[in-house]
Design a protein around this ligand. Structure first.
Ligand code: PMM
Length: 272
């Protein structure tokens, strides 16, 4: 069954839960709640990647995430670390994280691939072209599915060359990262065409491209919270398409959707 990765942004400036979980205790409580809501793991991030966001130092990032990962690990909650910094990845895995989730797929920090090889952890390589301040200028594709597939394969090759075991790599199309609205849908609808048989993580939760799909009179599509039902629809379709995991703000809704897909698929198998 598709896994649920609950989003825990320990950042004062994240776009949809801005500042609320900046305090350590609140972050830990939120992580525990995600686990109670059914998240299989909690993705802890200390640096916002929303368009135009300013970078934070690796030291500040570690200060935000390491105590949260340690506390969640002690409580028996599985975690991943959402970071582009090898030093943060190492500190997080040493504090208990089992997965390094790098939105740059190892491109932002040259030390990342070797560090992941050394840590022997799972690695999520997301499709990425540039940091948040520049990414919207790099959103042109002739064939988005082919190009994202080729660019992800180049990341896999570099990671494997650095010693990362290929079966530990998960691919992510990087929805909303250097993608205009229309570029996100072919990546969702044609997963097998770019994933090359690898495990896929889908991170669509509350993103702008969903707002564009649901926009109509009477719907405040600019409000990330108004995109929740659309997020659950993507979770349903991603699960039905065999995604390995979805990265979401609302774990309970995602678990419900995945269970519905599972019941549906079981019936399709037995009635056939
Ligand atoms: N999106 C965001 C942050 N981290 N990681 C992965 N693997 N995939 C994503 O799509 C992704 C990510 C930005 O969204 P947020 O601000 O809600 O965390």
């Amino acid at each position: 069954m598709t896994l649920v990765m609950g989003i825990l942004n320990v950042t004062p400036d994240s776009f949809s839960d801005g500042g609320r979980y900046a305090e350590l205790d609140a972050a830990i409580a939120r992580g525990l709640q995600l686990a109670r809501d059914g998240a299989d793991l909690v993705d802890v991030g200390g640096e916002s990647t929303r368009p135009g966001a300013a970078r934070v130092s690796p030291e500040e990032e570690r200060r935000r995430v390491v105590p949260v990962i340690r506390a969640l690990t002690e409580a028996g909650v599985a975690t991943s670390i959402d970071t582009m910094n090898a030093s943060t990845a190492r500190a997080a895995v040493e504090a208990g994280a089992g997965i390094v989730n790098d939105v740059s797929g190892g491109l932002a920090d040259r030390a990342m691939a070797g560090t992941v090889a050394d840590l022997a952890c799972e690695f999520v390589a997301m499709h990425w072209r540039a940091h948040s301040t520049e990414m919207d200028g790099l959103d042109t594709y002739e064939d988005v599915v082919r190009e994202v597939g080729a660019e992800l394969q180049a990341r896999v090759d570099a990671l494997v060359a650095a010693g990362v075991a290929e079966q530990r790599i998960v691919l992510d199309p990087g929805l909303g990262f250097s993608k205009v609205t229309e570029s996100n849908w072919p990546l969702l609808a044609r997963m097998p065409d770019w994933a090359g048989g690898r495990r896929v993580l889908v991170g669509a939760s509350r993103k702008r491209f969903l707002g564009a799909a649901i926009a109509r009179p009477g719907v405040d599509a600019a409000d990330p919270a108004a995109r929740e039902a659309a997020t659950t629809a993507v979770t349903t379709l991603a699960a039905a398409s065999g995604a390995w995991a979805v990265r979401v703000h609302d774990a309970r809704a995602a678990v419900d959707a995945i269970r519905v897909v599972s019941a549906w698929e079981n019936a399709a198998r037995t009635e056939g």
